[in-house]
Write a protein that binds this ligand. Structure first.
Ligand SMILES: [Zn+2]
Ligand SMILES: [Zn+2]
Length: 537
């Protein structure tokens, strides 16, 4: 039976351009998806733009646009950025689509019928000046935990999740007036009923989830799970399919998390597949790819929603949660205005190089730091001087001295053994979510190839011992084919170029070889050297 893999990439919020923090957090998803496809698994990899919630209404007001226009603008930019970086989503959609909205409404009705949604009156913050209830990011105040200035939903400084009643000195962000309390009617999701199941989920992943994921999840479980408001007093979002709530919309966390299901459902519907069979099958393994500020949404709230909807839906198995990327030594933030956007990167570097750098330096266990210096250095050393140089030295020589004719295949046993074990090692690392170590092994592969070439010195053999030259070159071409193939999930463009030059047609996670009947016509340079002073960042 084919392996079945579901991969949910976190949904970027359509309120700002993608920056290198998003990129570092989301890239592992594409790396993993491409690896499993190459291995022959049935992969469903989805994501989309998160388009609802107050931050978008706040920026719409500030820019004199409608919330829809703001979301559409960033959604288009996200699509462009992901395409330029070769993200291979099976479906990248958006929460503002009708498909998503109507399907979320069906899910919420089911959860209501299952008894996990109830009505409750609550004190809420009201701005008497604006004559409206204010929520989340319309609230400004002081974080009760760390004392920083914070929004109403989560403190960006200490990552504590907050409810408006916890905020010290709450004010209305729109007009600056102090907020007052007033009764309002809301729907609640009975999250506390899933405490046991969620604890079990955590306990069974103590060896596979990253430490920050385990810590954040345990922290919430220890505090005791609180039921969560499902509705918000705003007019931008998914409408509630219940009477008495026409003036409210679904809280954005709820509708965005369900996006994994609506996107999977939609892709399958459009491709003649049965999503519900797939996602409820015990053999389906689910990966979620996110930044650390999203951990509890994926380890607590999503599992709760899935259990409430249908306990057969497979729970998150691998949580690939990244730490942050800092700039030099400081934290990047929109308010500081020091974000490096994906757009800016793409203006300076090619996509394979960007993918390589942010996976090689992935903030897996701790925050990493980005600098142009490091980027240029790694690009020039690993890709130009390592990968590209090995390929180019061999192929250019064959083109120049032998009219591009390739030697017949004759592979040394020790070289073959090295290659076979590399597939095994790298595959196992990826499956355990240790992508950084996997990329390091790819770099070791590059080093192995260059060492083999330097020690065998084929350029000293071609006149004196053609048979020996052919044997060494055959090994080199075999190494080139496999270097391209094994690094294909990481650098798909370079892999396609090499495989095309050498006639490697097979798509598999394992040993491949060149086609000796091919005659090289010209040799594509894989990576161009970058000069630091030419980078505009
Ligand atoms: Zn705080
Ligand atoms: Zn106000």
């Amino acid at each position: 039976m084919k392996e079945q893999i579901f991969i949910g990439g976190a949904w970027p919020y359509a309120n700002n351009k993608l920056h290198i923090g998003h990129l570092a957090a989301l890239l592992p998803g594409d790396f993993i998806a491409r690896y499993f496809r190459q291995k022959g698994a049935e992969v469903l990899y989805v994501s989309g733009s998160d388009c609802h919630g107050t931050p978008i209404t706040v920026s719409a007001k500030a820019q004199n646009l409608s919330p829809m226009e703001v979301a559409q603008k960033y959604d288009a930019l996200f699509n462009q950025a992901f395409a330029s970086l070769d993200f291979s989503y099976d479906l990248y959609t958006a929460t503002m689509t009708d498909y998503h909205k109507t399907h979320v409404q069906q899910f919420i009705k089911k959860i209501y019928e299952h008894g996990y949604i109830y009505e409750k009156e609550e004190d809420e913050l009201f701005c008497e000046n604006c004559n409206k209830f204010i929520s989340d990011r319309e609230i400004k105040g002081i974080c009760p935990v760390c004392g920083s200035e914070t929004n109403g939903d989560q403190c960006d400084h200490c990552l504590t999740e907050l409810s408006p009643d916890m905020i010290v000195n709450p004010c209305c962000k729109l007009c600056g007036n102090a907020a007052v309390k007033k009764k309002n009617k809301h729907l609640y999701f009975a999250l506390h009923k899933f405490s046991k199941g969620i604890q079990k989920l955590l306990d069974s992943h103590k060896n596979s989830w990253r430490q920050t994921t385990i810590n954040e999840t345990s922290k919430y479980l220890k505090q005791g799970l609180k039921d969560r408001a499902l509705t918000r007093q705003i007019d931008w979002g998914v409408e509630l399919p219940f009477d008495g709530f026409k003036d409210k919309r679904m809280y954005v966390w709820f509708d965005a998390l369900m996006g994994y299901l609506t996107a999977g459902e939609r892709y399958c519907e459009e491709h003649g597949k049965d999503f519900w069979n797939f996602i409820t099958d015990k053999n389906t393994k689910c990966f979620y790819i996110l930044g650390k500020d999203n951990i509890v949404f994926h380890t607590i709230i999503l599992p709760g929603i899935l259990q409430a909807l249908n306990p057969q839906i497979q729970q998150p198995d691998m949580i690939i949660a990244s730490e942050y990327v800092n700039l030099g030594g400081t934290k990047m933030s929109k308010s500081k205005g020091n974000l490096v956007t994906v757009e800016e990167l793409l203006e300076n570097f090619d996509s394979d190089s960007i993918r390589y750098f942010f996976m090689y330096n992935n903030p897996e266990k701790k925050d990493t730091s980005f600098s142009v210096n490091d980027f240029v250095d790694i690009h020039n050393k690993h890709l130009v001087g390592g990968y590209g140089n090995f390929v180019n030295r061999n192929l250019s020589f064959l083109l120049k001295r032998f009219g591009g004719e390739l030697p017949k295949i004759q592979i040394d046993q020790n070289v073959q053994k090295y290659v076979q074990s590399a597939y095994k090692t790298i595959g196992e690392l990826i499956e355990r979510g240790e992508n950084r170590a996997a990329v390091e092994e790819i770099f070791n592969f590059i080093k192995y190839c260059n060492k083999y070439y330097d020690e065998s010195a084929p350029w000293t053999l071609y006149e004196t011992n053609k048979a020996e030259f052919d044997r060494v070159t055959s090994n080199c071409l075999y190494l080139i084919s496999n270097l391209a193939n094994i690094s294909s999930p990481l650098m798909p463009k370079a892999a396609a170029k090499v495989k095309n030059m050498l006639g490697v047609k097979e798509e598999k996670w394992g040993e491949v070889n060149y086609d000796p009947s091919i005659v090289l016509k010209d040799v594509n340079i894989l990576f161009n050297r970058v000069k630091l002073d030419e980078v505009k960042l």
